[in-house]
Structures are given as C-alpha cells and as structure tokens.
Design a protein around this ligand. Structure first.
Ligand code: ZN
Length: 306
C-alpha cells in the first residue's frame, strides 16, 4: 500500500509533468472511486488549471485554479482535487492514445489533448474528491503531523501515557500521518523496539531513537522513490527502489541483516508485523497481540476519505 514515500514520489512526478496545465476534460469510468457525485466531480474539475500540489501524510491535494471564463461565482474560486491512493491506487501520466489498462477508473485529459492523468486501482480502496479550501483544511486537520515534520517534543508528548502497541500507534494517522505497515516495521527495527512495546512505557531515550528512525527511514525511502511490492508505480510507471533496503518487512524466516537470527512475524492490530527477536527484545509490559484477523477495536484510523 502506498505510504508517504510513494505518495511523495507521485507528487514530485506530477509537479514536474502537469503543473500549470489545464484539465480539459474528465471521464469518470467508475463512480465508486469518487467521493460524492461523479457528475459534480467532473463539472468541478473540468476547465481548471493545475496550480500547485501538496501532501500531508498519505493524502495528496492538487490545487486547481479559477476558471478563466465569466460564469457563476463558484468558478471564480479555486478548488482542490484530493487523492487517496488507498491500497492499490496509481496515478500515471500517459499519452492520450495509450491503450486503456484494466481498472482505469478516471481520466483527466490535459489541455492540448495529447496527454492525460489516469487513476487506476485494482482493489478500489482509493478515492478522488473535489473540495473547497475549507473542506481541504478540515480533511488535513484530522490528520496528525506529517511524519517527517514532527518534532521530537511532539513525538514524545504523543507517546506519553499511551497503551496498546507501538506498532498500532505508529499506524494511527491521527497521531502521526504517513506511515503504513512497511515503514513502521522498518523504523521499529532501526530503533530496536519490539512492535508490542507500549508507547507510554518507552524510555525517553528509546522514544527519541524511534523519532530519529522514522525520519531516517522515510528520508531514505523518498530518495529511492519508495517501495514496490505489487502495485505501486510512479507516474511514469516505474517501480520504487527501496525494496532491497528492507531489513524486516516481508522477510519472515530470513536472517536478520544485523544479527543473523530469523526474522519473525506477529499480527498486531490485524496487520503483519515483522521484527528480529534478538535485536527487538519483547518487553515485560508488552501489549497483547490480536490473535489474527480484524477486530473492531483494533481498527486503525486511516484519516480522511477512507
Ligand atoms: Zn537481529
């Protein structure tokens, strides 16, 4: 599932290719991926110029400028196209005559008609939404600080007194936005913290180590354009390059790159967690793992448009 580094890579790709270009036409091929009515969505986006792109956590917002013709007051203001890639969403920029791939749900044709942005999503958990600036602020306001931006003090404050598992805490987008399963596991390994450790029981030193690890892992993953397991590609259709750097994620049974012990897997909050039993010792006050599958109380808030 695309996490912060993958969304950041998509954002940078779009910034280089589509900034200052106008959306000439919109085709919604599957209304299920649109938040709200698809007719309203297409009408809201068509004819506007792409003015800026921003990101908070895994949410991507494309700022669209006012329309230049004289029409109703709603055309005088800009709007925002908010994209959540969900599990398997992809945004690609392709020539308009490129063959339509399966699961292409939305096409945004750019002004000269030669290229277009396509939204593909095999599992259809991704969402596109057209909204006002106030609505965007509401959406982003429900997310915790963007993971690379959070200060050490904010990080330590947020962990203080918290029960449950550190893994679930890192995945909670209302506390810290941008981490998913891959980078949460990698950050915990880097900081040598067991995924079932309770956040409130971390020593200040361990919490600082984790804060540094989160930033370090995300920075490196952004530099390498993210991780591709199955579906993630950048806007040019290229996979990310972080996969060979993974030290625990999806390496169950393989030797730890630090100590050689086999990597183990435990289900925490309904998600697989990968860790080294030697480098990440289980604390005495571990949170209880969920025995597998999803339970309602384990549900992790994923933020807006989920
Ligand atoms: Zn190890």
């Amino acid at each position: 599932m695309p996490e912060l580094p993958e969304v950041e890579t998509v954002l940078r790709g779009l910034r280089a290719r589509v900034l200052a270009r106008r959306v000439a036409a919109v085709e919604v091929r599957n209304p299920l991926v649109i938040h709200g009515g698809s007719g309203e969505f297409a009408a809201g986006v068509t004819g506007r110029r792409i003015e800026a792109l921003e990101r908070k956590g895994k949410a991507l917002a494309i700022e669209l400028g006012p329309r230049n013709h004289e029409a109703g007051p709603e055309d005088a203001a800009g709007c925002f196209l908010v994209v959540r890639l969900g599990m398997t969403g992809q945004l690609v920029v392709v020539p308009s005559d490129a063959a339509l791939q399966p699961h292409t749900h939305v096409r945004l044709v750019l002004e000269d008609g030669r290229e277009e942005i396509r939204f593909r999503d095999t599992r259809r958990f991704g969402r596109l939404r057209c909204c006002t600036r106030d609505e965007l602020e509401g959406i982003l306001g429900r997310l915790g600080p963007d993971a690379p931006q959070i200060s050490e003090e904010q990080f330590l404050d947020a962990a203080r007194g918290r029960r449950g598992s550190i893994k679930g805490w890192l995945l909670n987008q209302q506390i810290l936005s941008g981490l998913g399963n891959i980078y949460a596991d990698e950050a915990l390994f880097e900081a040598r913290i067991h995924p079932l450790t309770q956040p409130g029981r971390l020593s200040a030193e361990a919490a600082r180590r984790l804060h540094r690890a989160v930033k370090k892992i995300l920075k490196r993953a952004v530099e390498l354009q993210g991780t591709s397991f199955r579906d993630y590609i950048d806007i040019e259709g290229r996979p990310g390059n972080f996969l060979p750097r993974l030290r625990v994620y999806q390496r169950t049974g393989e030797p730890c790159r630090r100590c050689g012990r086999p990597i183990r897997r435990v289900v925490v909050c309904g998600r697989s967690s990968h860790f080294c039993p030697e480098c990440q010792r289980r604390p005495r006050h571990a949170a209880s793992p969920s025995p597998g599958g999803w339970r309602k109380r384990d549900r992790i808030p994923q933020g807006p448009l989920a």
